[in-house]
Design a protein around this ligand. Structure first.
Ligand code: SF4
Length: 483
């Protein structure tokens, strides 16, 4: 921190803001309070409840709510949320805390990492086609990512990353950063896909596709649905077609139908037959029946073989969520004529719906704890990576468990719904600020070249934070300035 007149220079990130008294810096994370540079948000400590030892409650956080769980956390656990950042990188992390857990001396190093290379992976539970693979995803008109490979019953987006944050125009970087921040802090964000749909994404909530709330995630593909419900249809209807943009199932041809002795119906499907009773590409992707571009399911039926089919043949057509269904009876010319759904089939349609899970949006933050961030932990950063690889060091983000990618570096992903509210921040470089904690045995920390001179006992930190957080909640919030 440096001072000019009554302003203070914040040196917690490369922006190096000069902050007037009563104001915050460009990121709203640091403020000048009576000549003192302070981190605005409370520093979050977590502690286990006594009852089951598993659920976590916030420690002295001025009323902020915590709804997640934590794995293998010391009691209490010092998170990096609100801990602040040190810059440049060779400085030790803001908090290096020792504690004794079950007779073992442990240390937790916490910092709010600044990630210029980071993004989110978004899983959207919907059959509706959002856009072609690799299509650009936009927020406020700016490109912020792309559609990636679709997975089972979900459409996937890959957003952010170094190219959108730093290689595009200034506005693209700013909007990308804002979008990532909102998604990570579980706010609703409207995205549009080039030549595709608009979708409102909010972690842990149902997606809204083209203004329509998605309620259910498919029970399975068309073929799997035939396999699951064949017994309930056998003897009640002659043919069942489960309409699915990916794999449409046809009961009379499917192995499930064959094993139950289903009679051939002579149905001819459009698309490409993969294996008996399983059809690919019956229509183009869309937002209609089964994620195809059809509102009339008969569009995917090419006809019936007159040598096999018969007048009066009955057929149920249903989507993979059971949301859409129609019942038909063939007339004298073997043309399907819609009729009311018989009561004995209604139960099977309702059973499909009942077996669908609620459709949700999932957001995983993904970032790499690069060489610079690791330097705050140890003077020899590669040793931290090795220690993580050897499972000597546990990595958490705001107390939540992370998944670490194999390969170089410490690249991790975390489900944003497992972190306390507003755990993420930003700096206008632009980059996302995310909490990260490294926990290891004290002797392992010393062995990897850790900043042992900066280790402070947990009791001191707890006492100091309790006082600071109490003071902070009693103070007026500082005025905030725009970036
Ligand atoms: S953007 Fe925030 S962290 Fe960076 S210098 Fe300004 S106040 Fe400090």
């Amino acid at each position: 921190m440096a001072e000019t007149d009554d302003k203070i220079r914040c040196d917690a990130c490369p922006v190096l803001c000069y902050i007037r008294p009563g104001m915050t810096g460009a990121c709203d994370r640091y403020a000048n309070r009576n000549g003192e540079l302070v981190r605005v948000d409370p520093h979050i400590l977590l502690e286990r409840t006594l009852s089951d030892g598993g659920e976590i409650v916030p420690f002295m956080t001025g009323g902020r709510e915590w709804t997640g769980d934590i794995v293998n956390a010391p009691t209490p656990f010092v998170t990096a949320i609100g801990a602040g950042t040190t810059y440049p990188d060779y400085k030790p992390a803001p908090f290096i805390v020792s504690s004794n857990i079950d007779g073992v001396d442990m240390v937790t190093v916490v910092t709010e990492g600044i990630y210029s290379y980071c993004g989110v992976k978004v899983k959207i539970d919907t059959d509706r086609h959002l856009g072609a693979e690799c299509a650009t995803v936009r927020a406020k008109g700016e490109p912020v990512g792309h559609v990636t490979t679709g997975e089972y019953g979900s459409q996937m987006l890959s957003l952010g990353g170094v190219n959108h944050l730093t290689h595009g125009g200034k506005k693209e970087g700013r909007v990308t950063c804002e979008t990532l921040l909102d998604l990570c802090n579980r706010k609703a964000v409207e995205l549009t896909v080039d030549n595709g749909a608009s979708v409102v994404v909010e972690a842990g909530k149902p997606p809204i596709v083209n203004g329509q709330v998605e309620e259910r995630m498919r029970v399975g593909c068309g073929s799997a649905t035939i396999g699951m419900f064949a017994k309930q249809w056998h003897d009640k209807v002659d043919e069942v077609v489960v309409v699915d943009d990916h794999i449409t199932g046809v009961l009379s041809e499917h192995q499930a139908g064959k094993l139950l002795g289903a009679r051939d119906t002579g149905i001819k499907m459009k698309g490409r037959r993969s294996t008996p009773g399983r059809y690919f590409h019956v229509a183009a992707p869309g937002t209609g029946w089964g994620g195809a571009d059809i509102s009339d399911p008969l569009e995917i039926v090419a006809g019936f073989d007159p040598k096999v089919a018969w007048p009066g043949l009955t057929m149920l057509m249903v989507s993979t969520t059971g949301e859409q269904h129609a019942f038909y009876r063939l007339d004298e010319s073997l043309k399907p004529v819609e009729a009311p759904l018989p009561e004995n089939l209604r139960l099977s349609v309702e059973r499909i719906r009942e077996n669908c899970e609620p459709a949700l949006c999932s957001v995983l933050f993904m970032g790499g704890a690069g060489g610079s961030l690791r330097a705050g932990v140890t003077e020899n950063p590669v040793r931290l990576t090795r220690s993580v690889r050897q499972a000597l060091t546990t990595v958490t983000a705001g107390g939540a468990p992370v998944v670490i990618w194999p390969g170089g570096g410490i690249t991790f992903m975390v489900d944003v719904t497992l972190l306390p509210d507003n755990a993420f921040g930003y700096v206008p470089t632009p980059a996302i600020v995310a909490p990260i904690e490294f926990t290891m045995r004290l002797d392992d920390y010393a062995a990897l070249g850790g900043h042992v001179d900066h280790v402070r006992p947990l009791s001191d930190i707890v006492e100091r934070l309790a006082k600071n957080n109490a003071k902070a909640s009693a103070r007026e919030a500082p005025a905030r300035i725009k970036a």
